[in-house]
Ligand binder design. Structure first.
Ligand code: ATP
Ligand code: MG
Length: 584
């Protein structure tokens, strides 16, 4: 590729809309352009990086025995109704009607389509196991598309689905994918960690997420400092009920707390610490409720009690209720439902279901809102003063909590989810009658697994982990171009001859090369080479005429070497080979 003819529209100014570094740099380096919220065009260099990632994913999936296919993006609503997900999936599923008034949706994931395909073709255990995957655009109407490719509405995913005849086979399929994912993210040059995960709206009972460690990650991971336990905080369990305190129960007391609504203000005012106060939060719940057994699209309200120094973990709440979604009620709604301004709510006399975190049962003589403006209650005790409908693990694990596995100390780090693997069991095959005949001729539902990778998100995550103040520093394996040659003497015949012949020779060696043959100042060329993040830069300029050498500079550490042109090819090939992570 010649820079003078290439479509690489770099920007001098930092685009105002970009909040995170990968988004900023991908716009500035001319890798992507936004069409509309969460929808991007991949320009030639952006596409080249994406293709590198796809290729690694493809090679490792094939190596693990999976087979590539390609399924449609437009999907009929009736198929989704078979699993109940047409209603349950929520507003992320983009639903529409075609000219014949048939309801359809854009695929956010493909369990229904693949299960339909396989139930039509697989009859016998002899056709199993099977693992099928695709690399394709997905559409999810995300509530908050942001951070460029990190959370798009249209994005590229690799999704794979395994089908087995028994649990043992399904476990082997899962392990194979786990190992393939380790290889994929290692080859992409990422620092990552596999963590235990919640299985979300896809369902099923066992899953891991692969997290790229980066401060801009939207996920928080609980990581044990003493054993190898690591889990998404959505999942990280707080097993034990806290030990009960044995202080004597004191008489209930109403106190005036004028204008004190926030936990901190109430605690300061009453001279207590936040772990002596219990927050009452109202959530609106939508979807199927296990106890009520109905689909309530309107939603119903529940109250959740956690200690003042804790946060409700909404995924745990959602799972406990078997709900599609839970959302914290705003001040207005809280007032409509309870007649109490937020900040003064308490569990006593509330006319809705009350759920309490385990810790509440252990507390003695705590403070809650009085259910009346400007008042709180002191010396409140569960059971004596109010009843709860359920006690459960409802809070988010906190720094310093004990590890659920070894009792050691937990820390927290941020991560970007780049991959997710699930054991699905027979959730989909049972709902869709995807069955096979076993050895004895009995019909049984297929046992499934599903395995996603955010291919476009990987490119962004790699940049979050690999950049400096001058631009991107691509890991060699996924760099759109491996070498950039700067011709700093366009009018100098000797310099141009060497630059041009290196350009030809390096490509013949199998390297991908960008020749900067633009009529630009050297400073501008150096700046752009850094911004684009190309791992190796070859500068052909004054040093050639003077000493017969060109300069090679490594983007990552700025290290330089000078070599005569005839040694450049073998040096670069060796460097690229060494920089590409190939697991054994
Ligand atoms: P998230 O919690 O980030 O929304 P998810 O749990 O909804 O992710 P999955 O359904 O497991 O994601 O999808 C598989 C993979 O697709 C994810 O691991 C992630 O890498 C990628 N992915 C999901 N949503 C997006 C998105 N909006 N933009 C880019 N990549 C995404
Ligand atoms: Mg999601």
């Amino acid at each position: 590729m010649r820079y003078s003819q290439a479509f690489i529209p770099t920007l001098k100014e930092t685009p105002a809309e970009a909040e995170v570094v990968s988004h900023r740099l991908m716009l500035r380096a001319g890798y992507i352009r936004k069409l509309t919220a969460g929808v991007y065009s991949y320009l030639p260099l952006g596409l080249a990086a994406l293709r590198k990632v796809e290729q690694i994913v493809r090679e490792e999936m094939n190596r693990a025995g999976a087979q590539e296919l390609l399924m449609p993006m437009v999907q009929p609503a009736d198929l989704w109704r078979e699993t109940g997900r047409y209603e349950k999936y929520g507003p992320e599923l983009l639903r529409f009607r075609d000219r014949h008034d048939r309801e359809s949706c854009l695929g956010p994931t493909h369990e229904e389509v693949i299960t339909d395909l396989v139930r039509g073709e697989v009859r016998s255990y002899r056709q199993l196991p099977l693992n099928l995957y695709q690399i394709q655009s997905k559409f999810r109407d995300e509530i908050r598309p942001r951070f460029g490719l990190m959370r798009g509405r249209e994005f590229i995913m690799k999704d794979a689905y395994s089908f087995d005849k028994d649990d043992e086979g399904a476990s082997i399929a899962y392990q194979k994918m786990y190992a393939a994912y380790q290889r994929i993210f290692t080859r992409c040059g990422l620092q990552f960690r596999a963590v235990e995960a919640d299985s979300g709206s896809i369902g099923g009972n066992f899953s891991h997420e692969f997290m790229v460690l980066a401060k801009t990650g939207e996920d928080t991971l609980a990581v044990c400092q003493d054993c190898d336990y690591a889990a998404n905080v959505e999942k990280a369990a707080i097993n034990a009920r806290a030990a009960e305190q044995d202080d004597p129960l004191l008489p209930l007391e109403k106190v005036e707390t004028p204008g004190k609504r926030k936990v901190e203000a109430v605690c300061d005012f009453l001279g207590i610490s936040a772990d002596k106060l219990v927050k009452t939060l109202i959530y609106m719940v939508t979807g199927v409720s296990e106890s009520e057994g109905d689909v309530s699209s309107q939603g119903y309200a529940v109250a959740v009690l956690v200690r003042g120094d804790r946060e409700v973990q909404e995924v745990k709440l959602k799972n406990l209720l078997g709900a599609t979604a839970v959302e914290l009620a705003d001040d207005k709604l809280v007032f409509e439902l309870t007649g109490v301004p937020t900040g003064y709510l308490g569990p006593i006399g509330l006319s809705m279901k009350v759920l309490a975190d385990f810790e509440i049962a252990a507390l003695r003589n705590f403070v809650v809102g009085a259910g009346e403006k400007n008042y709180h209650l002191q010396n409140v005790n569960m059971d004596r003063d109010f009843a709860v409908d359920a006690l459960a693990d409802l809070r988010q694990i906190a720094e310093g909590d004990p590890c659920p596995r070894c009792g050691g100390r937990l820390g927290q780090i941020e991560g970007i989810e780049v991959g997710h693997i699930f054991k699905l069991g027979t959730v989909y095959s049972s709902a869709m009658q995807a069955v096979f005949q076993d050895h004895e001729g009995n019909e049984r539902p297929l046992i499934m697994g599903c395995y996603g990778i955010g291919v476009s998100r990987i490119v962004a995550a790699a940049i979050e982990q690999n950049h400096d103040e001058n631009g991107i520093i691509f890991p060699a394996a996924i760099a759109p171009v491996q070498v950039i040659i700067l011709n700093l003497g366009l009018k100098d015949a000797a310099i141009t001859t060497v630059a041009e012949s290196l350009f030809v020779q390096l490509q013949e060696q199998g390297l991908t090369v960008l020749l900067d043959d633009r009529d630009e100042r050297p400073g501008a060329k150096f700046k752009d080479a850094d911004l684009l993040g190309i791992p190796l830069r070859v500068t052909v300029g004054a040093r050639l005429s003077k000493d017969g050498v060109v300069e090679i500079r490594h983007r990552r550490d700025g290290q330089t070497v000078e070599l005569p042109p005839d040694q450049v090819g073998s040096y670069l090939s060796a460097q690229i080979a060494a920089a590409i992570n190939l697991p054994a």
